[in-house]
Design a protein. Structure first.
Length: 67
């Protein structure tokens, strides 16, 4: 037995999260939907093609001033 272990201890934060999950079982699926809106965007292929067509080629020496 580990002398530093507190038997059956749960912090207030852990208890709060467990109670929240128990009260709202759909919470995790709602979180996944929200995350997909922000972090997994859908890319428009036509828009990406327009971006690629609009690129301007960089000159040979970037810091050269043009007269």
């Amino acid at each position: 037995m580990n002398i530093f272990r507190r038997p059956h201890y749960e912090s207030d934060t852990t208890q709060f999260i467990e109670k929240l999950k128990h009260d709202k079982p759909q919470l995790e699926s709602e979180q996944r939907q929200g995350r997909s809106l922000l972090w997994e965007p859908k890319f428009d292929s036509t828009l990406q093609a327009e971006f690629a067509a609009a690129k301007v080629k960089q000159g040979a020496y970037v810091y050269q001033t043009k007269h």
